[in-house]
Design a binder for this molecule. Structure first.
Ligand code: PLP
Length: 461
């Protein structure tokens, strides 16, 4: 019955085409050309089963921050599995879980509580439930439930139903709707595309006014939280305008709404600081991590709440104000031990500083060589989170057709360099090439990445 999966069969690519579902690509071409199969990774490179080596310019899915092939992370996982492979954190602790929670709070520099899950989507789901319960338990008598969550267009917050409801990229949601009620979206401060020649501060004020106006129309007393990625990542690498995060913080404070940061991509050195928000110094009430938390070596995420949020859950045994949320694998001893060591590597090797330095180098190089190209609208980013927005012409900023944009990652792949792009199947949407290499990237590797991307852009049909 499972002939295509017989154990003697060693052609992994054919087995792959027969059995694996790759969600971001069409499978029909696999009958001619099966997907590549990766076997090993070291530093910024992965090697497939044919022995071909690729430079991974997107760190897997923006997560392998310390680079591939870290023996010590494998040893930590092995040692922890031998000592204590599993124990839940629902009512008792274990050493790596305790130490990692402590480390996260130390890095954030404030008091609070850490809840572990296994993915970025779950970290966001967790935050939404915490926000709703927080309000339910702090509401004054007679007020209705604060349940609405406001996010920004182009933001991505995950694939599960709640996280997808917060996600505001039409191409990710169409065909799955209707989703969860109570999720609303406002415009992000996307200055390049929608600034319309206004001074940045005027445009920034307009974005904040839209948020405040939405809250007013909805009734602040129905809104639980606002969630933002400090720098929108998958939605096209969109950094905030100056003063934006401060403005959002002030609006949330005025209206009693919790501010959640989704730092699933931004966190752990990606933007040149340990956390993305630190570029603007505006603290959230809840912050979510995943990906770079273990550098992708183990599935782990964290939802960190400030102490004033946790205080709403603190009571005597027998009351029902505790957080009634269960995850079997969240914060497993092995995942948290690996997370701790991954952070230790980031610190020991000064990888946040390196991301800042190499990011500036790459950005500068790409801007110098590509900004005059007629189809390059904008080149932007922070640290090693970089995007090139491609347009039909600079004046209209009409997004370049998707199939032309797709020729760039294809060209790079032929040169054994993997880059990403803001994939979208809806014509007329933003089209952005994305680079987010491991933070260990060398200058020579950065040169090679920049040279190949520039060649690919100049080779566009
Ligand atoms: N939030 C952001 C900003 C992301 O980019 C992602 C995934 O790419 C998620 C949340 C969801 O994380 P996961 O895929 O681990 O569920």
């Amino acid at each position: 019955m499972f002939a295509s999966l017989s154990p003697e069969k060693t052609d992994l690519s054919k087995m792959d085409a027969a059995s694996l579902w790759h969600s971001l690509v069409q499978h029909k071409p696999f009958s001619q050309k099966p997907p590549k199969c990766m076997a090993r990774g070291v530093g910024c490179h992965v090697t497939d089963t044919e022995g071909v080596e690729y430079f991974d310019g997107v760190s897997g899915l923006w997560c392998v921050n310390v680079g591939y092939g870290r023996q010590e992370l494998a040893e930590v996982a092995y040692g922890q599995m031998v000592d204590l492979a599993y124990f839940p954190l629902t009512s008792m602790g274990h050493e790596p879980g305790i130490r990692l929670a402590h480390k996260l709070l130390e890095l954030l520099g404030y008091e609070g509580k850490v809840f572990f899950s296994t993915s970025g989507s779950e970290a966001n789901e967790t935050a939404f439930k915490i926000a709703r319960q927080y309000h339910a338990q702090t509401a004054t008598a007679g007020s209705g439930p604060r349940y609405k969550i406001i996010s920004r267009y182009r933001g991505y917050h995950g694939h599960t139903m709640g996280a997808l409801s917060a996600t505001a990229q039409a191409e990710r949601k169409l065909k799955y709707e209707p989703l969860v009620p109570g999720f609303l979206h406002v415009s992000p401060p996307y200055y390049y595309r929608f600034g319309d020649g206004q001074p940045e501060d005027v445009y920034n004020a307009a974005c904040l006014r839209e948020l405040e106006q939405t809250i007013r129309y909805e009734g602040a007393e129905s809104v639980a939280a606002v969630i933002v990625e400090p720098i929108i990542s998958g939605g096209g690498v969109i950094p905030p305008t100056e003063g934006y995060l401060r403005g959002v913080r002030e609006i949330c404070d005025r209206t009693g709404i919790l501010l959640i940061y989704d730092e699933v991509v931004n966190g752990f050195g990606r933007t040149g600081k340990m956390f993305g928000y630190q570029h603007w110094g505006v603290e959230p009430d809840i912050i979510n991590f995943a990906k770079g938390l273990t550098s992708g070596y183990m599935p782990l995420s964290a939802t960190v709440v400030k102490q004033h949020v946790f205080a709403a859950f603190l009571d005597e045994p027998g009351t029902d104000s505790h957080f009634r949320h269960i995850t079997t694998y969240g914060g497993s001893p092995v995942c948290t031990a690996v997370g701790l060591r991954s952070i230790e590597i980031l610190e020991r090797e000064n990888l946040c500083e390196r991301a800042a330095e190499m990011g500036e180098y790459l950005l500068d190089k790409l801007q110098q060589r590509l900004l005059d190209h007629p189809n390059v609208g904008d080149i932007r980013g922070q640290g090693l989170l970089l995007g090139i927005e491609l347009v039909k012409d600079k004046a209209s900023k009409t997004p370049l057709e998707s199939d032309i944009v797709a020729s760039v990652p294809r060209y790079c792949m032929d040169k054994q360099i993997i880059i990403g792009r803001n994939t979208n199947t809806i014509p007329g949407f933003t089209n952005v090439l994305i680079m987010a290499p491991p933070l260990v990237i060398s200058r020579e590797e950065a040169d090679q990445l920049a040279d190949t991307v520039c060649e690919a852009v100049f080779a566009m049909p």
